[in-house]
Design a protein around this ligand. Structure first.
Ligand code: IPD
Ligand code: CA
Ligand code: CA
Length: 266
């Protein structure tokens, strides 16, 4: 059954990707959600409807949890977790870093993950125990072990107060690492860690639908992840840090050292 779900979800992600490309020059509405930085377009809503209706045709008894709309998260079993556009601001600004992100959960564990980046024609996918792939080729996380050699991706919170609070983390980390990048799409940044284009990723505020699909890709590529406070990540966690085993420990040590400084506790 996993194989049928994976195959179907890959087709659906591509169909949704084509839909996004056909709509990118014709966005009709842009609204604000949790803050002025958190935007949603009519295309986000339409793409989510399309993805759910296509998946429902094949799997009518499954549950669905998406970013847009009023679908509620009942439990994470036989549940699809969907971000119809991860990187909505990039989509609005016609930057190529936006994805269709689809995950499938069984008994609380994400077992299938697909991150399709239509503009770049890149499709990441993974199924638990079957490895992680980019356009059909097996991928693997980088082996960097030290902070000073690490290219690290991050994202900035939509919560404006949390932006102020997390600014000191970026300021303190920047002199310690090779460099920082913020691509504006958590799903893509995590998949880029999974294939070694970045060495690590962290973000103080992320939701389940932003990262669920990428977490399958990342783990199957040999990566590890936790929530930013160093605790085990759970589907209800609101932050994330990811890298290979060694680099993750280095980063967590760095974060632990700054814990007692002002705004050190994110
Ligand atoms: C956002 C993007 C962004 C990240 C935010 C997410 P959206 O998703 O992934 O990179 O910094 O945390 O909410 O709103 O474009 O779907
Ligand atoms: Ca998102
Ligand atoms: Ca979104």
């Amino acid at each position: 059954m996993t194989e049928k779900r994976l195959e179907t979800a890959l087709k659906v992600a591509h169909q949704a990707g084509e839909f996004l490309l056909s709509k990118k020059e014709a966005i009709l509405t842009i609204d604000q959600k949790s803050s002025w930085a958190d935007l949603v377009t009519n295309v986000d809503l339409e793409a989510q409807e399309l993805i759910i209706s296509l998946l429902k045709t094949s799997f009518p008894d499954d549950f669905f949890f998406g970013e847009e709309g009023s679908i509620s998260l009942e439990h994470l079993n036989k549940t699809w977790v969907i971000d119809p556009i991860d990187g909505t601001s990039n989509f609005i600004y016609r930057l190529p870093f936006f994805s269709v992100s689809i995950a499938f959960f069984e008994l609380g564990v994400p077992t299938i993950g697909i991150v399709h980046i239509p503009e770049l024609r890149e499709t990441f996918w993974a199924a638990r125990g079957k490895g992680a792939y980019l356009n059909g080729k097996r991928i693997c996380i980088s082996g960097k072990k030290t902070l000073d050699s690490a290219l690290i991706a991050t994202g900035f919170p939509y919560d404006i107060a949390l932006r102020e609070k997390s600014a000191s983390l970026y300021t303190e980390l920047l002199p310690a690492v090779n460099d920082l990048r913020a691509y504006g799409a958590a799903s893509i940044e995590l998949c880029y860690v999974a294939c070694g284009r970045f060495d690590a990723y962290f973000e103080p505020q992320v939701a389940l639908y932003d990262i669920a699909a990428s977490l399958v890709v990342l783990s199957e590529a040999g990566g590890e992840f936790k929530s930013l406070d160093g605790k085990e990540w759970e589907p209800t966690s609101t932050s994330l840090i990811a890298a290979n085993h060694h680099l993750l420990l280095e980063l967590l040590e760095f974060l632990a050292m700054r814990k007692n400084r002002p705004n050190g506790n994110l």
